[in-house]
Design a protein around this ligand. Sequence first.
Ligand SMILES: Cc1cc2nc3c(=O)[nH]c(=O)nc-3n(C[C@H](O)[C@H](O)[C@H](O)COP(=O)(O)OP(=O)(O)OC[C@H]3O[C@@H](n4cnc5c(N)ncnc54)[C@H](O)[C@@H]3O)c2cc1C
Length: 446
Amino acid sequence: MAIPTHVKYLIIGAGIHGLSTAWHLGEALRKSGRGSGKDILVVDKTSIGAGASGIACGVIRNNYYQPAMRRLMAHSVSVWESDPEAFSFHPVGYMQISPEVMHEQVGTIAQQQKEIGYESVFIEGEKDSMTYMKGLFDDWQAKGITSVLHEKKGGYANNTASLYGLAKKAENEEVRLLTGAKVTGFKKDNSGAVKTVVTDKGNIDCDMVIVAAGPWVKQVWDMLELPAAISVKGRDGKTHDGVAMWTFWSLQEGTLGVDPKLQRTNDGKMPPVIHVDTDATLYSDVDHSEITDHLWGIYYKPDFNFGGVQGGAMPYKIKTPADEVAVDPYGPDSPDFIVGDDFAHMWCSALAFCQKRFEGKLPLYKKEPSGGIGSFTADSFPVFDRFCDNVYVIADSNNGYKMIGVGQLVAEDICGQESDLLQPFRFSRFAEGKLHPQSNSPFPWS
Ligand SMILES: Cc1cc2nc3c(=O)[nH]c(=O)nc-3n(C[C@H](O)[C@H](O)[C@H](O)COP(=O)(O)OP(=O)(O)OC[C@H]3O[C@@H](n4cnc5c(N)ncnc54)[C@H](O)[C@@H]3O)c2cc1C
């Protein structure tokens, strides 16, 4: 495709957010008579799904301690449900299985799911939790569990297939996709608005830029000359200056190379995605040595796409300053951020801790490179906002393959219909101290 010299809307990134925004914006322009998908160009330096969306485990859940996140996720689940086939969405549900330290907080999630009409079942108490889990899997044996939140909606989707489904919807709206073109800078006018996007294939003048660059967002943020450090009014009521806007975390995921059908429910059905957090001591499934006596967590699902039982464990924060973290080569191609033997040992031992069928299965763990890094904001929650007058930044703080609906809300916002669902994710929350509540979960995104 020849590179255009001018477009109305230029979207950077062909991941879940860039493609969803392109599709919905094309539709909104057409329906409102203000234009069409022909006004939109998606630019990606590599290809569709070259970023985090293309390696995401694909879990889609509502289970968040923050009310604003739950409302947003409920909206996104409705978008997944709108075309499960195109998005390769498997609506098997999701389970948050928790220890006593998380009981009360998960109870509030269950309560608020009722209030927003998001179907779930909440089981409380050690004995009832065990009975409920054994009703699903007769080999269930996880210890230290005192509540089970069973979300009947959500589940997971196959990452690449869903992105191509989105790309097709965008192309049906006549959106153009330009891959192999890297954005390297911006030219601004006197008012500070971007007038030209500089790429390694040529310059493109545009009216509006939408940044959906996933783990590369810091690079684009820097090109826009936005602040590397910000002031945050903390939960202590004090303003903390010089807080790094971006940090990176390394996500730990892998696949146990068993027949995915090994993980069926007692009645032979595909099971919900399982997420277990517990403070029970975790011992090695190999030599019974202690792995950890701190709060730990894992998630897993049978997945024919990955060819086994796929999932992950808690990520770790990358201590290197964000400026020095090598985002490229990304994901499994990274020499720095792929999981190692420690992860395989911990995760397989944890699977065996949960269900007897996984005991002794560590030798079947797939030794292919997996995992990847995510870019997190100062409070680990998304920023969806306008900067430099005509730049819309979609920075999901690594919460967001599941957030397929954000593109719809951003498209509406761009067309002048501001959404209440996006309000809690404005950049001004840092200075105003309108931070989201923090949970007791061992994961930064719960
Ligand atoms: C291992 C892993 C597992 C995950 N699992 C889940 C999960 O189960 N569920 C969930 O909800 N979330 C999950 N996430 C988080 C989720 O993947 C991300 O939050 C989400 O995919 C980000 O989407 P995006 O569209 O913003 O970015 P991406 O999908 O990363 O897309 C960004 C695109 O921008 C392009 N790009 C970057 N810079 C430039 C430039 N300068 N010029 C042109 N193009 C550029 C890249 O090539 C890339 O294709 C996971 C993340 C990781 C790393």
